[in-house]
Design a protein around this ligand. Structure first.
Ligand SMILES: [Zn+2]
Length: 217
């Protein structure tokens, strides 16, 4: 087996593992959400369309060229493939993308409100989690909206009236950001239910981002 076949196989297995983890962590239900990872410079692996996460096997996981051509995999790629591809194209630093409808973060997506940093762990995403303009799911336009909201540095955005998208150096990192965004959304929601949450200033968020970078190295 060639080196590229070995790395393809490992990445496809990782997609299966994190898909099951989405269910275990209550970040999605059924076949909702999707996730992808770069395999090489010009290819990504992405979760297949319409298969329950428990049933996805590595050979089901499509490997797709960045122009959208399917190279491997027994099942069609996720219908949100264009959104994933748009993020990889715009952000060469991104190695993994996770999209969920996790309930607390999606609550803010439906309100059209960014999630502010009322908890320090939001620093995993940026100084706040922005919201995109509304676009229909599974279109190239929702990918453009996500890219616009992410800009050059932020690693998470809410997709208006839809859900969450996270993008980071690896699938593992993007997954961690998805967990942190959901946790911070829940805390912010709860804090607002009983009072007026305090939001950390931008200088502190910059400091936290530096600490997280140092910790990651
Ligand atoms: Zn979705």
């Amino acid at each position: 087996m060639s080196e590229s076949e070995t790395s393809d196989r490992d990445v496809r297995r990782t997609i299966c593992e994190y898909g099951r983890q989405l269910l275990a962590d209550d970040l999605t239900t059924g076949t909702g959400g999707n996730l992808s990872a770069r395999v090489g410079e010009d290819r990504i692996a992405i979760s297949p369309s319409g298969v329950p996460y428990e049933d996805i096997e590595p050979t089901d996981v499509p490997v797709v060229r960045t122009d959208g051509t399917v190279l491997e995999g027994d099942i069609e790629p996720s219908s949100e493939l264009p959104m994933h591809l748009a993020v990889y194209e715009a952000r060469p630093d991104v190695g993994g993308v996770v999209h969920t409808h996790s309930p607390y973060a999606t609550t803010f997506a439906s309100l059209g409100e960014p999630i502010p940093a009322s908890h320090y762990l939001l620093a995993f995403a940026g100084s706040e989690v922005p919201v995109t303009r509304y676009e229909t799911h599974a279109t190239p336009e929702i990918g453009e909206a996500a890219v616009d909201a992410l800009g050059e540095e932020v690693s998470a955005t809410l997709l208006r009236n839809h859900g969450v998208l996270t993008a980071d150096a690896s699938l593992e990192d993007a997954y961690t950001v998805a967990q942190m965004v959901e946790f911070c959304a829940r805390i912010h929601h709860q804090a607002r239910a009983v009072g007026d949450p305090e939001v950390l200033p931008d200088e502190e968020m910059d400091r936290l981002a530096e600490k997280l970078d140092a910790y990651g190295q």
